[in-house]
Write a protein that binds this ligand. Structure first.
Ligand code: ZN
Length: 152
């Protein structure tokens, strides 16, 4: 993908998921939960997960934040249903590598699908925290950490 196409796709995905966030709200039945906060931007997030036999059966997020934090959480939830914890942690690592890698590093080999559009945040370090908030909150939710995940 050339840069212009990717920039367009980035805008498209962020706008779409910000306007119509997927899996937004609270789960009635959940056994994993965590809160996240990105003080730099003022993004707040809650994650609800129903995990059964090591598989994410259901996931929802709730909260208020900027378009990037919301879109990132929305895209994340669409990818995680029926994933194992192991697959989820691998996705976290791939995503983390993507958004923190050098701007010139190719993302094509990472095979991240829709997530690859978030490499657009690499040029804006403050935005990396917005995009990563949901993922850090996710790790805490898997371990049921009671403290709020802070992006510092
Ligand atoms: Zn933000």
């Amino acid at each position: 993908m050339i840069n212009n196409e990717l920039a367009e796709l980035y805008q498209e995905v962020i706008l779409d998921h910000n306007k119509n966030p997927r899996n937004f709200g609270k789960l009635e039945h959940y056994n994993h939960y965590a809160k996240g906060n990105n003080p730099l931007c003022g993004d707040n997030m809650e994650l609800f997960l129903e995990i059964e036999n090591g598989i994410i059966k259901d996931i929802k997020f709730n909260g208020s934040g900027c378009a990037i934090s919301k879109a990132s959480a929305s895209v994340m939830t669409t990818l995680l249903k029926n994933k194992t914890i192991e697959e989820t942690k691998k996705l976290f690592n791939d995503f983390h590598n993507l958004v923190t890698s050098n701007v010139n590093t190719s993302y094509d080999d990472l095979n991240l699908g829709k997530l690859s559009v978030f490499c657009g945040v690499r040029e804006f370090p403050a935005r990396v925290k917005c995009a990563s908030l949901s993922w850090h909150t996710l790790l805490n939710a898997i371990d049921n950490v009671t403290e709020t995940a802070i992006t510092e």
